[in-house]
Design a protein around this ligand. Sequence first.
Ligand code: PLP
Length: 369
Amino acid sequence: MNLKMPLVDLKAQHLELKTEMNAAIQEVLESQHFIMGPVVDAFEKELAIYTDVAFAYGCASGTDALQLALMALNIGPGDEVITTPFTFAATVEVIALLGAIPVYADIDPATFNMRWDLLEDLITPRTKAIIPVHLYGQPVDLNEMMEIGKRHNIPIIEDGAQALGALYHGRKACGIGAIGCTSFFPAKNLGAYGDAGGVFTADPELADRMNKIRVHGSQKRYWHEMVGVNSRIDAIQAAVLKVKLPHLDRWNQHRQQAADWYRSRLNPDFVTPPICKSDRTHIYQQFTIRTPERDALQIFLAGEGIPSAVHYPTPLFLQPAFRDAHWDDRCPESLIAANQVLSLPMHPYLTEEQVDQVVETIHQYFKQD
Ligand SMILES: Cc1ncc(COP(=O)(O)O)c(C=O)c1O
């Protein structure tokens, strides 16, 4: 068979929108207004409406979005921030960058998301924020986390880099916590044509701080109220995202359809498909299965022309950059998941035939011995 297929099909998406996209980019080129400006304003308004929050701002990346959130909350040296060790490095990188200390809550093996029932024991007088990650596109147990946060006066920052468009109790992920953060990295469900990110909040004070911090702590030219960074979103990325945003729900629905195809075909005796809790939606930034034979299966799939990826092979407390042996025995599920997870091809253009091909190849692997 050996039909080549991509893990994520960005070319198909570009082809779908090419004419409109070229016109939108051309308009920015004609205006020569490259950073912030009217296109950025218009995109931010549409993004705020989409997520149903009062304030949405673009910034330079999802990593920066998290940094802006922490800076807006005045988090700095010695402060503790509780998060998951089973995420992309950026979540913890920004904590470390600001001199704060990452504190880890292990994951629920069924969803790969951080467990809310471990939080209370991890809270100390130094805890200044909790950053749950809606991993692979499924929101965490936000109600329980928000309740604990409220009781201890600790803000929840949603890392929704992988979950823009997912619903939790009918509300959009990123629009529920004190601050929401997302990434518009090209391969994300809403991807730019380069790096970009976004922050969301209902709180006017936090909104004002993030709005200033992303522009050198300034709103009035050459007047700097606070220490900030350069994390503006550029107009070309905003123009691209503005063209794509109206299509996001349809693309997410196709991902959900593809996930159903996978689930109805995959033999659960061979691999464990992801589950989605009934009070939320999963938008499948990744469709991630688990099997103890992960490494051998991945090699077999590659040999048959089927790409796959491991999100993520190393819990963050084991990474040289954030090495902290304190957590070695405290996050067993993250360690197991890191050895078992495998993300299969998933994107809005995946066909039923391609899903069949992936599933048949997985089954072939398990039937060979
Ligand atoms: C969970 C999570 N957080 C943060 C980020 C950082 O986003 P970006 O790559 O846009 O900086 C990513 C992106 O890969 C992510 O998956």
